[in-house]
Write a protein that binds this ligand. Structure first.
Ligand code: SAM
Length: 400
């Protein structure tokens, strides 16, 4: 007799439905840690309170339980912070006393010095979720980006639902965690979105995107550092009709503030090491000295910067903002990544400040603008930029 009873995973519409799939995901992780010859799996269990699969890890030699791999059942990503660290697994396999470890992944570069990334300036066309997988682990020193907006109107939306939008961002944050060096920063410019009402009978809505995205950073192994408020000077933002009704009627409850701020949220890839380590262990102290910040730095978490407009792109951030972030959170010659590069403001800031850049953008019109702009930023040097999924940059010296 066949039972048509649904499993928990099926009821919850998880992307991992059975123990075989959970083991498959876990074995990819195990191979990445080069432990597949020493470790077997126990019976995976689904835990629908936390929407995860737990895959027990057993020593092949004696079946002793060493730890577990925890997989997000909804999107099949490994939850590094919740899974047993490979270094811990190795120590347990060898019967060694465990060293105190960070609650998250321990870096392979955890010796006293780290290596400088050998990535060169790069412009890549395509979906950053995929391109990020091509970059070596821990090869990027700073991420600064502003993600695409969530637009709830189905006729313009790239994402069918808000959950789908958040899932996409989560995968990108996850993939970025891998390429970011130990203890380095991910800075994101982000703001709540206003969903205009579709008809007179409906209310407009604000979605608190930064607070949802904050959760994703924490779950993906980042530590919260700063909430910087980008305040646009009076005038900017007032074009929105928000608050007009209240201004006329002045009824309580109808009060609506005109948004004139956005967030610049700062996260650090979680590590047990202090920021001081990132400075002291830098292999070239001269570069550290050259990167010291002048006296005119921002003293508070309110940065007043006029917004920028460019007719070629609807949502660029100001060069001044990118320059502050690059200066405050990277050293000279560092590699700065923008996975949602737009027309490449981060690349321009990085070049002006003597850093390298990795720019990923899926819209080929913007990629071509970056390829063109790079010649103005860099002169003949632009021909050395590595291009991925787009033609190399040819520089006609007579035009420079
Ligand atoms: C808010 S804009 C960034 C603008 C940029 N900060 C600048 O100053 O030019 C976000 C960009 O992300 C790009 N984008 C959206 N989804 C993407 C994806 N999956 N991979 C790469 N780029 C993407 C969009 O085409 C858009 O240009």
């Amino acid at each position: 007799m066949t039972s048509n009873k649904k499993t928990v995973a099926e009821k919850r519409l998880y992307s991992i439905l059975d123990v075989q799939s959970a083991k498959k995901v876990a074995s990819i992780w195990l191979e990445g840690a080069e432990l597949e010859n020493a470790i077997d799996f126990g019976l995976p269990e689904v835990d629908d309170r936390y929407h995860v699969w737990r895959v027990p890890l057993l020593a092949k030699s004696n079946g002793v339980r060493l730890g577990e791999v925890v997989i997000d059942a909804r999107n099949s990503l490994i939850l590094e912070g919740k899974s047993t660290n490979p270094a811990t697994l190795e120590a347990r396999l060898l019967g060694r006393q465990e060293r105190p470890i960070s609650p998250r992944r321990v870096s392979h570069k955890s010796n006293s010095k780290y290596e400088l990334s050998d990535l060169r300036n790069t412009i890549a066309g395509g979906d950053c979720e995929e391109i990020l997988q091509e970059l070596p682990a821990e090869s990027v020193d700073l991420v600064f980006t502003s993600p695409p907006y969530y637009n709830a109107r189905p006729e313009y939306a790239d994402y069918l639902t808000y959950d789908e939008y958040l899932l996409k961002l989560r995968k990108i944050i996850h993939n970025t965690h891998r390429v970011l060096s130990e203890g380095r920063f991910f800075v994101i410019n982000i703001a709540p979105v206003l969903i205009r009402r579709a008809s007179r009978g409906e209310a407009s809505k604000r979605i608190a995107v930064p607070f949802d995205v904050h959760q994703l950073f924490i779950q993906e192994g980042f530590e919260f550092m700063e909430d910087i408020i980008w305040e646009k000077p009076e005038g900017a933002g007032w074009a929105t009709s928000r608050g007009r009704r209240f201004a006329a009627d002045r009824n309580p409850l109808q009060y609506k503030a005109v948004p004139v701020t956005e967030y610049i949220l700062v996260y650090r890839k979680k590590t047990a090491k202090l920021i001081d380590w990132n400075i002291r262990a830098h292999p070239n102290p001269e570069l550290v000295a050259q990167s010291r910040i002048d006296d005119d730095y921002e003293r508070t978490n309110i940065w007043r910067i006029p917004p920028s407009y460019d007719k070629r792109h609807p949502a660029i951030f100001p060069l001044e903002m990118a320059e502050k972030v690059v200066k405050y959170y990277s050293f000279k010659k560092d590699v700065v990544l923008d996975p949602f590069a737009g027309i490449g403001t981060v690349g321009r800031a990085a070049t002006r400040l003597g850093r390298r850049f990795i720019l990923i953008e899926q819209d080929m019109n913007y990629v071509n603008i970056i390829r063109d702009e790079a010649k103005a930023w860099m002169g003949p040097e632009a021909r050395n930029i590595l291009t991925i999924n787009c033609p190399p940059i040819s520089v006609d010296d007579t035009l420079l």
